[in-house]
Design a binder for this molecule. Structure first.
Ligand SMILES: [Cu+2]
Length: 290
């Protein structure tokens, strides 16, 4: 579920600024701010875990290694245990080696159908990345999604907002989109330090966006091929950042600071139809951060 690729573990983010809310503003204008600190043995979520619907700002602090935060909402009576059961079945029956059985794909689709994904953040060791996302009323689960199975659930309760007004998104320098044809869209020139918006326009599938610093001149084909090999490719450089799984039709912003240079964008979410990670189906793009 997470980055799922050891080869992309790399360092390079600098600190991201926090948004502080002015206490005199009406409730709807005060964007709740949470801080998520994930290490190898703990996940600390600091801040108000109960608030009216609004745009929420969550800063991930990655301790000791690359870490991933995911925000999701379970539909109906579906639980984290159900999600684990579906994903374990999927991984064990071919999902892990790119040859999922029909039953494995059914379990994957059962999971996708019962989870609403509100994005997240992925930061390299010692670095931060900040997501903002509008959360409608509901019960949310924030998870450490650094491994194959999301773990360490932290519950956040969002009540109805009587004003119906959410705080505006922070100003962004570029928008990256994910499309139904399993490709990335938007400009291929992005800030190395700044804030981007990420929009999943797909009508079929959740998607992720990860950015991995690579050597200048690295091609999309080289990156695609590397996902099928076991060894760490020679084109990987320090520096990575990402957003986690974002459901179809949903959007988030991501604030980060990484070294300038050439990056590979990719999505590792397993396709609902084939069970293959989208990167294996060509969802890889070369972009330039400056
Ligand atoms: Cu995808």
């Amino acid at each position: 579920m997470g980055a799922g690729v050891a080869l992309v573990a790399a360092a390079g983010l600098a600190g991201a600024a926090q948004v502080s809310a002015a206490p005199t503003l009406p409730t709807s204008s005060v964007a709740p701010t949470l801080s998520a600190r994930i290490s190898g043995h703990s996940f600390t979520l600091t801040g108000d875990r109960s608030f009216p619907s609004n745009r929420v700002t969550v800063t991930l602090h990655a301790v000791g290694n690359e870490r991933t935060l995911e925000i999701l909402r379970f539909k109906g009576s579906y639980t984290l245990s159900d999600l684990h059961a579906d994903l374990i079945y999927f991984f064990k029956h071919g999902g892990e080696n790119g040859k999922p059985t029909h039953a494995a794909i059914r379990h994957l689709d059962h999971a996708i159908g019962h989870v609403a994904f509100y994005g997240g953040a992925d930061a390299a060791a010692g670095k931060t990345a900040t997501e903002t996302v509008v959360l409608p009323a509901g019960k949310y689960t924030f998870l450490d999604d650094s491994g194959n199975l999301p773990k360490r659930p932290r519950i956040v309760h969002v009540s109805a907002n009587p004003t119906g007004v959410a705080a505006p998104a922070p100003s962004t320098q570029a928008m990256q989109t994910m499309k139904t044809d399993r490709r990335f869209g938007g400009p291929t020139s992005l800030p190395a330090t700044g804030t981007i918006s990420i929009v999943n326009h797909s009508t079929e599938s959740p998607h992720q966006l990860f950015l991995q610093h690579v050597k200048k001149g690295t091609t999309r084909k080289q990156v695609e091929r590397s996902f099928r090999s076991q060894s760490r490719p020679s084109f990987i450089l320090n520096g990575s950042v990402g957003a986690d799984v974002l459901g179809k039709g949903k959007s988030q912003t991501l604030q980060y600071s990484v070294p300038k240079g050439t990056y590979a964008e990719f999505c590792f979410f397993p396709d609902p139809k084939t069970g293959l990670p989208h990167a294996f189906m060509g969802m890889v793009r070369i972009v330039h951060l400056s």
